[in-house]
Design a protein around this ligand. Structure first.
Ligand code: ATP
Length: 385
């Protein structure tokens, strides 16, 4: 019996509209899967926590989170927090404190959703805890500082350790994707073998990008079953925009990855379709790529796809970590149900051309999962992959 304790942090703006849909999907998946129990714990965070306690990250939160197996984090509207020490942005702290060094962001074309490209199946594996991010790349203090009123500096930190483990995470992801394709007879448009593309700008950042690429190449030698190639970040941005089907798994430093994953999301329908998992060796946190979208908050029209699939990735991660077939199978059911209702246009939110509310989308996912047959009579659970 796999029992997992999952923290639920609603976040701000659209967070309380979409995160409950992810919790409901996981709950339903556990109900239709033998041998799986999920226990959820609400953890106050962000603007609501600040209103209640005077802190966006109330004291004791990290200790409470450490007792759980993973968390679902809603988007945080930290740009709107008051400028004071008790109103910090919590998510970089989570990534750092729990050593969630790998940010895994899939970009997939969904059948029936009209977008700039079709047939995209890309996994971006972004280093999460060093690079240019000034709130994460220092032991103490900030990686950004201002020696004079007219000069501002940012530090970029690249370490062998950080590069090695993100490269290993990427090769593991590529290998697993290759195996899943082989098991189901699917092929990737990039070619028959799994491939990792290393992104850099070593012509300019000779030492930092040089260390990143050289370390990734050393890791590549341990994976003879996975092909490797390299791209300069600027030419990659062009290649990704023109022919994203060419890429399978991408390993990238923090800030390049931040920018490129939003670009990748745009190619297949926007941020509402951009999930993500922050993973370390001991914990993982579901967190969609998008922000708190204050422009559409309060209208129940945000797309819950990204956070539902992020939570599904968390469940799959727990299953793999504990070699627990029940968790992996429940994750597979969620993925199939979500993709089924979008493909069949049973529920789509306005950002992808539909009329469904976030709640209606969430209900449709559960309905698809809880019936053996789809509403039009076809079995909807396809092959795992
Ligand atoms: P951050 O810097 O915090 O990541 P951002 O500047 O990238 O945030 P978002 O809040 O992600 O901005 O919003 C960017 C655009 O995408 C907005 O127009 C927003 O409405 C839209 N958007 C974001 N998330 C969703 C979603 N889940 N469903 C529909 N539209 C979304």
């Amino acid at each position: 019996m796999g029992t997992y304790r999952i923290g639920v942090l609603l976040g701000d703006d659209i967070g309380p509209e979409i995160v409950p849909q992810a919790v409901a999907a996981l709950t339903a998946a556990a109900e239709v899967t033998a041998g799986l129990e999920l226990r959820f714990t609400d953890i106050p965070i962000g603007a609501a926590a600040y209103k209640a306690s005077g802190y966006t990250l109330p004291p004791g939160t990290l200790e409470q989170m450490a007792k759980l197996d993973g968390w679902i984090l809603g988007p945080l509207g930290h740009a709107a927090y008051p400028q004071e020490p008790k109103a910090i942005n919590p998510h970089p702290i989570f990534r750092r404190h729990f050593d969630l060094y790998a940010n895994i962001r899939p970009t997939r074309s969904l059948p029936g959703v009209k977008t700039l490209h079709e047939g995209v199946d890309l996994m971006m594996v972004r280093e999460n805890n060093e690079g240019m991010q000034p709130d994460r790349n220092m032991h103490k203090g900030s990686g950004e500082f201002m020696p004079t009123p007219d000069m501002a500096l940012s530090m970029r930190v690249i370490t062998r350790h950080g590069s090695e483990r993100i490269a290993r995470a990427a090769f593991e992801v590529a290998r697993a994707r290759g195996k899943a394709r082989a098991a189901t007879g699917r092929t990737h448009p990039a070619g028959p073998r799994p491939r990792v593309t290393i992104i850099h700008k070593r012509t300019v950042f000779k030492l930092t990008c040089g260390l990143f690429v050289d370390t990734a190449r050393e890791v590549a030698a341990e994976y003879p079953d996975v092909d490797t190639d390299e791209h300069q970040v600027d030419s990659f941005a062009m290649a990704l925009t023109m022919k994203p089907q060419r890429f399978d798994t991408v390993v990238v430093t923090n800030m390049f990855g931040d920018i490129l994953s939003d670009l990748a999301a745009a190619l297949v329908g926007g941020l509402g379709l951009a999930p993500g998992l922050n993973a370390g060796d001991s914990y993982a946190m579901a967190q969609a790529t998008h922000g708190s979208a204050p422009d559409i908050a309060g209208r129940n029209i945000a797309n819950p796809y990204a956070i539902i699939i992020s939570a599904q990735m968390l469940l799959d991660w727990l299953g793999r970590r504990h070699t627990d077939e029940s968790a992996m199978s429940a994750a597979h059911k969620i993925e199939q149900a979500v993709h089924y209702i979008i493909a069949k246009n049973i529920a789509r939110t306005p950002d992808i051309g539909g009329k469904a509310t976030a709640e209606e989308f969430g209900r449709a996912v559960i309905q698809a999962m809880c019936t053996d047959k789809s509403p039009d009579g076809e079995p909807f659970l396809g092959p795992r992959g």
